[in-house]
Design a protein around this ligand. Structure first.
Ligand SMILES: Nc1nc2c(c(=O)[nH]1)N[C@H]1C(S)=C(S)[C@@H](COP(=O)(O)OP(=O)(O)OC[C@H]3O[C@@H](n4cnc5c(=O)[nH]c(N)nc54)[C@H](O)[C@@H]3O)O[C@H]1N2
Ligand SMILES: Nc1nc2c(c(=O)[nH]1)N[C@H]1C(S)=C(S)[C@@H](COP(=O)(O)OP(=O)(O)OC[C@H]3O[C@@H](n4cnc5c(=O)[nH]c(N)nc54)[C@H](O)[C@@H]3O)O[C@H]1N2
Ligand SMILES: [Mo]
Length: 763
């Protein structure tokens, strides 16, 4: 049996020459050198476009060429020279297109013209914008209730598009705004709002320059937020401790060669990033953090007078619930914490010492924390730990949920939520003069249930790939097909577009990299990053086709056809997006003088009340949570189950952007040319009698009697805790049950699926 440390065959650092080689390949494959390089030079520049990759912040100072390997993939994927023209759809029926892989669908290139599905010919056919808008408007108006329509948003939509979209939906009469955030960081918003009164991260990018310790929970920044590695590298170089909590030892947290550091690149050097790697079992983080907190108290008791481990002044002035929390910690045994977290007491104590020795600590997290049943409680536990040492609202410290899509945070700020707050609705009502609906709408999982039961009949999607991003793929496909109307606003063809309702439209839109010419001249849009910085974005390439419309223009077109222009002058807003921003200024706090401030080179900071020690909670203080640990995590359940039962997490490879697959490689994990793989501990393989590269089938241990199966996955021996598996999303979404969602977040538990593994049938 190989030494577990040597299991990963990729030995290079994250970034480095491997990244540059991959960048060259993406540019060549999609765009050609000249236009590709020209496009990349404008990414994340004050006069360019916001990278459509991740939501990591841009540095405020310096004008460094801020892009990364995976940003290049996202940009060239959009700026591709390939086109999916009406001829493609004339040549191929929908039934034929359904046999294409996800990669092949998107690889047809950019959509060029509005399309309508013709059931008689089983083909998508070109249709005029006027006809499409008129028909969609007619069908929306014909619904028995506005709540029969669902308006999904993926987090790439700009603030301007998102604002118009929610305004349209609310004037129409519904709060049915499911969005990708429901599948992503929902738990972060819910937990932080309860704990500190604001559902967003409290740090700015500069804070990373002052932190003495950075704890990274359940996140793979080398792949998903590569620009974050620059901040981590600088911190590690300064001597700050970077500590990873992750069942996998992700390469980006081990060592990083910054492609923008010439000396390092020439010397083929790299910077070690994390000083410590702790590998909890899947879903074990709440116990791990509770264990660290318990150890922090112990350290405090040891040094009773002065310089204790707790920030007593902060706790006294700003928090409530500390006593209960302390009692909960006392009552929780180390045995329980060890069993559930998968870490030893010594490891939790070691992390506590690092935490106590640091006067300024940032905790970051992503999907490894948010996609479990008890994610909200886990994030509250993270907030507890931060509060113990006053690590919120001081420079170099704070909570940092690292968001996914480049504008997912901005979309929420603009009102894309199924649970709008009263103040916001009143502001809309005052400004536009209508009665906004109060009844909460459907989130992503509820939307699926509504389509299945016939309660929802129209599905409109502003970007994204709903059919592949959501759980229980087969059920969702059925649900979409049961609609009377499906409308997808998109840049490229994907599987969701093929799940047609009785009537179906695919409406092609401009991407971030393209300029947007309207009556009032060339327009800019704006976005908000994970650090609450709002800034402008303007494309530089000509549109992929003359027949494209911008997202705001498409939303306005549908809105006008549905509602007319009495309340809102949709045309005027599209002629000049400053008009949309004027409405935002008037109705959303923090956006005064939006049009002026958005034009400042790096935009503006929205502010964060918790970072100012203003606590908008019910008690007016930051609140500790003493929630009990989960009775059992899925890992603990599967450990007891008979047969080869495991807990499976579904994650991203290095060469994909969510449901968009760029290639079948996963460089840092040593996988080439294959996506149907399952990473497994060699001891588990031995026990299950499985050899390297052997094919297996996985079946969910379902609670509802439904069979959920994914077949033909190749076993890859990997340094992963025993009892835990990892495999790529979206192929594994067939295994995620619709009923398995997080408490109070309703996010599918994509990081803890109980499965049984067996040798593949017939091979
Ligand atoms: N290139 C690229 N960039 C992206 C994306 C992309 O697909 N490609 N997606 C964007 C989006 S929408 C998002 S939300 C982010 C996603 O960014 P990530 O959250 O980094 O994405 P995942 O690949 O899901 O990785 C989850 C990580 O959490 C770890 N993990 C899983 N379960 C647990 C657990 O129980 N405990 C702990 N401690 N760790 C665990 C996994 O091992 C893995 O390292 O990235 C964004 N940026
Ligand atoms: N099992 C499992 N499931 C998951 C996850 C997981 O970790 N495991 N992660 C979840 C997470 S974190 C998220 S955020 C969701 C993602 O869910 P979505 O946001 O719905 O999915 P994406 O794959 O990002 O959407 C890709 C599509 O968006 C369209 N698109 C790209 N750019 C643009 C644009 O500029 N405008 C418009 N209108 N369309 C555009 C293209 O047609 C492309 O095919 O998936 C979730 N699902
Ligand atoms: Mo996400």
């Amino acid at each position: 049996m190989a030494d577990e440390r040597d299991l990963n065959t990729y030995k290079g650092p994250a970034g480095g020459w491997g990244a540059l080689k991959s960048v060259g390949q993406s540019i060549l494959r999609e765009t050609g050198v000249v236009s590709g390089v020209k496009t990349m030079l404008k990414a994340n520049q004050p006069d360019g476009f916001d990278c459509p990759g991740c939501a990591w912040g841009d540095p405020e100072h310096g004008s460094s060429f801020e892009f990364c390997e995976n940003g290049v993939k996202a940009v060239t994927w959009e700026a591709t020279s390939k086109r999916a023209t009406p001829e493609l759809f004339a040549r191929h029926t929908l039934s034929e297109l359904l046999t294409y892989s996800d990669f092949d669908l998107e690889n047809q290139g950019r959509l060029t013209t509005p399309l309508r599905y013709n059931r008689d010919t089983d083909r998508f056919e070109a249709v005029s914008w006027e006809e499409a808008f008129a028909d969609i408007g007619r069908q929306l108006k014909a619904l028995a209730s506005p709540n029969e329509a669902l308006f999904y948003t993926s987090g790439r939509a700009s603030n301007e598009a998102a604002y118009l979209y929610q305004l349209f939906g609310r004037v129409f009469g519904t709060n049915n705004f499911p969005d990708c955030s429901n599948l992503c960081h929902e738990a972060s918003g819910v937990a932080l709002t309860k704990a500190i009164g604001v559902g967003k991260g409290t740090v700015k990018l500069e804070d990373f320059e002052h932190a003495e310790a950075i704890f990274v929970f359940g996140q793979n920044p080398g792949t998903n937020h590569p620009r974050m590695l620059a901040a981590l590298k600088d911190a590690a170089k300064r001597g700050a401790k970077v500590v990873s909590f992750n069942p996998l030892k992700e390469r980006g947290l081990e060592k990083f060669a910054d492609p923008q550091d010439k000396a390092q690149m020439i010397a083929r050097g790299s910077t070690p990033i994390a000083s410590h790697f702790f590998a909890p079992k899947l879903g074990g983080d709440m116990a791990a953090v509770r264990g660290i907190a318990k150890a922090v108290f112990a350290l405090d008791y040891e040094r009773v007078r002065g310089g204790g481990a707790l920030d007593r002044a902060f706790l006294e002035a700003h928090t409530t619930g500390l006593e209960d929390y302390e009692k909960t910690l006392e009552e929780t045994s180390w045995a329980e914490l060890e069993d559930q977290s998968g870490l030893t007491r010594e490891q939790m104590e070691q992390a506590a010492v690092i935490y106590v020795q640091s006067d300024r600590t940032i905790i970051t997290w992503a999907m490894g924390i948010t996609q479990h049943k008890h994610s909200v409680d886990t994030i509250r536990e993270i907030a507890n730990l931060l509060l113990l040492r006053g690590n919120i609202g001081k420079p170099g410290a704070g909570a940092c949920p690292v968001r996914g899509h480049s504008n997912v945070q901005g979309d929420r700020t603009m009102g894309i939520t199924e649970k709008p707050n009263e103040m916001f609705l009143q502001a809309l009502e005052r400004y536009f003069g209508f009665k906004a609906p109060r009844e909460h709408g459907a989130d992503a999982v509820q939307a699926i249930k509504m389509m299945r039961s016939g309660k929802a009949k129209v599905f409109v999607s502003l970007g994204g790939n709903f059919a592949r991003a959501t759980p229980d793929t087969l059920l969702v496909e059925e649900a979409l097909r049961a609609c009377t109307l499906t409308v997808n606003i998109a840049t490229k063809l994907n599987r969701s577009h093929l799940m047609v309702g009785k009537k179906a439209y695919v409406l092609p839109c401009l991407g971030r990299t393209e300029f947007d010419e309207q009556e009032g001249g060339r327009q800019i849009i704006s976005v908000e990053d994970s650090m609450s910085m709002v800034h402008s974005s303007g494309g530089i390439n000509p549109p992929a086709s003359p027949d494209l419309k911008s997202e705001p223009a498409i939303v306005a077109g549908i809105a006008k056809a549905t509602l007319g222009s009495d309340l809102v002058n949709w045309d005027e807003m599209i002629a000049d997006y400053d008009k949309i921003r004027d409405c935002i200024s008037a109705t959303i706090p923090g956006f005064k003088n939006y049009n002026t401030r958005v034009r400042e080179p790096r935009g503006f900071y929205l502010g964060n009340t918790a970072a100012e020690h203003r606590w908008l909670t019910s008690t007016g203080k930051a609140e500790f949570s003493s929630a009990p640990l989960p009775e059992e995590t899925v890992y603990q359940q599967t450990r007891k189950a008979k047969g080869n039962a495991f807990v499976l997490q579904t994650l991203r490879s290095h060469d994909q952007y969510n449901t968009t697959v760029y290639s079948a490689n996963d460089r840092y994990r040593g996988v080439t040319g294959e996506r149907l793989v399952v990473f497994m501990n060699p001891k588990d393989m031995e026990r299950a009698g499985l050899a390297e590269d052997e094919r297996v089938d996985m079946e969910t241990i379902s609670e509802d009697g439904r069979k959920r199966e994914a077949r033909g996955f190749k076993v890859v021996p990997y340094d992963i805790p025993e009892g835990c598996l990892a495999s790529y999303y979206p192929e594994t979404n067939v295994l995620v049950p619709l009923y398995a969602t997080g408490t109070a977040s309703n996010t599918p538990t994509s990081k803890s699926i109980p499965v049984v593994v067996r040798k593949a049938q017939g091979g």
